[in-house]
Design a protein around this ligand. Sequence first.
Ligand code: URA
Length: 205
Amino acid sequence: MSNKNSPEFDFPEANLLKGTELFNNCTNIVVGKGNPNSDILFVGEAPGKNEDLQGLAFVGVAGKNLDKLLERVGLSLNDVYIANILKCRPPENRDPLPEEIEIHKPWLIKQIKEMKPKVVCSLGNYATKFFLAKGEVKDMANQQGITTLHGKVREIDFDGLKIKLIPLFHPAAIIYNQRLLPLWEADMEIVKEEIRKSKEQKKLF
Ligand code: URA
């Protein structure tokens, strides 16, 4: 549970959210879940209803599917960390507004700088466009979508960090379209290969 008024959220990136419509309307702040010391960061869009109530990322229907999908390829929450672009649920799960992404993005950037992930898996269109646009919200609309880009590894320079970006279908999309499942599994083999490579490199240094 991450009570939004907790003193643990008294730092500049979190203080930017305070007093905004999303902050005033949400129950809890949702920071993330999983292992922050891993090399792999999954990033979704925004908390939904269950995430808001529990203060944890990806615990609703999409989250349960994500856990299952990770398990199918032999990964657990110990192998990855999972966060969102937005830390507060938009009312009725509406799409985030550009100005809301601007307000929330410094917190995600802080998480990325602390974690220094080798691989970022962007879940769905929104997160994929965010990373391809290097966090420049105005450039998000010009990026290609997940149907074209899923499973394609790209090296990006994100705020001074070299990251391998691997776009993946959003776990909610796979619930509604089971034909995406074999594509997800093939994409996850690519993710696992990148995890293997980053572990090898760690051993060398
Ligand atoms: N969808 C997301 O993108 N993030 C969550 O935390 C839950 C659903």
